[in-house]
Design a protein around this ligand. Structure first.
Ligand SMILES: NC(=O)c1ccc[n+]([C@@H]2O[C@H](COP(=O)([O-])OP(=O)(O)OC[C@H]3O[C@@H](n4cnc5c(N)ncnc54)[C@H](OP(=O)(O)O)[C@@H]3O)[C@@H](O)[C@H]2O)c1
Length: 229
């Protein structure tokens, strides 16, 4: 750990994703975990007082906006993992950050595989418009369809006419899986992504944290942190 390392606060540090992020940050040269914050903490002042310039926020759906606002107000750049940040909230965070000369990023899914799957699906959908999404998750995931499947379908619906049907499966033994089935006369094409554990989020979280110091404003999507060519 050197004095030049970037200080990172984790908000929601006792949660599943927060614990994973803490271990990831502690093991990453150039980053220093300076605060593990939980519910009830004054996240902005606490992160600032601990010396954080960056924060990883993974709490409860709907809390991402308030936490990101408080962090920005105290000069800390947020990487928001929490689901449920609306477009209006994103616009408000973007305006706040630009006024302060700061940046942040909202990332609904840190998996590089999912991002590449979406990119490939968008390229295929231009030529094969008939597509349905099958999303399969462990039985403890209560929301269906998943936010990732809904967002992916919305991206495809902007490219081709008609709704994209989503089918959800919840079973023990599964983790997080998606299959996209494209159909045309006499042939089908299937894209499939299988996630087996939170390690899949590691490279995306590190790319997001590396992007924050140069970010101006707050955007949505891991692609902003990556050079996808
Ligand atoms: N972007 C992605 O790739 C990705 C991946 C996985 C999950 N997520 C999202 O990340 C969020 C966290 O997921 P998780 O599985 O880690 O959930 P979790 O295990 O329930 O952890 C959430 C943690 O945040 C704490 N918390 C709740 N509200 C808070 C607040 N207002 N301020 C500070 N801390 C608060 C909780 O404390 P209590 O136990 O006291 O409630 C808990 O320790 C969810 O919204 C989930 O959908 C995103």
């Amino acid at each position: 750990v050197s004095a030049r390392d970037l200080g990172v606060a984790v908000v929601g540090a006792e949660g599943r994703l927060g614990r994973f992020a803490c271990a990831l940050i502690e093991a990453q040269p150039g980053l220093r975990l300076v605060a593990r914050l939980g519910r009830g903490a004054e996240v902005g002042p606490r992160a600032r007082a601990a010396g954080a310039t960056l924060a990883f926020e993974a709490t409860r759906a709907g809390s991402g906006y308030a936490n990101a606002r408080a962090l920005l107000a105290h000069g800390v750049r947020p990487l928001v993992a929490t689901s449920g940040v609306t477009d209006a909230e994103l616009a408000a965070l973007d305006g706040q950050a630009r006024e302060l000369g700061l940046g942040g990023l909202v990332v609904p899914n840190f998996s590089l595989g999912i991002l590449l799957l979406q990119r490939a699906a968008e390229a295929i959908a231009r030529h094969v418009p008939a597509v349905e999404i099958l999303e399969l998750h462990h039985e403890r995931k209560h929301d269906a369809p998943s936010g990732t499947a809904r967002a992916s379908a919305a991206r495809l619906e902007a490219l081709r006419p008609g709704p994209v049907p989503i089918h959800s499966v919840r079973l023990p033994g599964l983790y997080a899986h998606q299959a996209w089935l494209f159909g045309a006369a006499g042939e089908t094409l299937t894209l499939r992504h299988d996630m087996h554990g939170p390690e899949a989020f590691g490279p995306g979280i590190l790319a997001g944290l590396a992007y924050l110091p140069r970010a101006l404003g707050v955007a949505r999507g891991l692609e902003h942190a990556l050079d996808l060519g």
